[in-house]
Design a protein around this ligand. Sequence first.
Ligand code: 5GP
Ligand code: ZN
Length: 299
Amino acid sequence: MLMGHIPEDELDSLTRSLLLPSPGRGVYARTALFEQVIEGLTTFISRHREPETQVLRFPPVMSRSELERSGYLHSFPHLLGGVSCLKGSEAKIRAVVEQPDWANELSATELVLSPAACYPVYPLAAGYGPIPASGLLFDVASDCFRHESTHEIGRFQSFRMREFVWLGTPGQVLEFRTRWMFLAQRLAKQLGLEHRVAPASDPFFGRGGRLVAMSQLEQSLKFELLVPLSSKEEPTACMSFNYHRDHFSSAWNLSTENGDKAHTGCVAFGLDRLALALFKTHGLDLGKWPTAVLENLSI
Ligand code: 5GP
Ligand code: ZN
């Protein structure tokens, strides 16, 4: 077993002890050791949940029409995965599954795989009526799917995301995001993770998407907490701090009590990446991790 600090070229053996590959690329079974740290991270994050936060845990699937209305198809069609089923009579289905190309007969359902944990929150909040003057804060989580084109370490097709989401005035959302950008760095330090926060953009689709990404950068709408995982020069995003302005409130007619359009923002934790970063930093033997880190993770 590897112990202590792990050089870059041993990263593969690191993941082999934590994640068992399946035939689907970027899809892994997680070992008990890995899950112990995921549970520790989950508790650690919950300990920093702000008062008056509504906690919701979502399944890995969500409504296709709601994701469409949120604008996902326009921005990230290349990452989307849908749930498809065989439809028709028993006789038809039986005949179809006998064919080698049975998968061509699958047809779309009203469900897609959630690409981020916060998408189902906005339609849900819209159902509550106007947003109170103090704002609304949610703690959400779900398994997420993205049809990634590469599968380097830490780029999974299926991964777990935890988020805090604020809905309210622009000032409240920006304050929430700034607060978390500072707190996240303190948390990374408490976990013994080398890190830095940097401006970022989302992988918008196509040539038009590159312009949107540039504008996102110019407007400082997204920052990421980066931790060295597979490379020190190109550290991996383990958390993100996002200001959506009125993107979701326009889609869902979210307004504040005084009738102004609401703004939204979210802080996202990539749990699998954070766990990998912890193992990469401290090694595979939990007994050798710094005591303070273990205490923070309640291990
Ligand atoms: P974002 O919505 O900012 O792209 O993602 C939020 C967080 O989810 C990221 O900061 C990262 O930690 C995690 N994440 C995003 N894409 C992937 C991925 O392909 N694999 C894994 N393991 N985590 C991801
Ligand atoms: Zn989000």
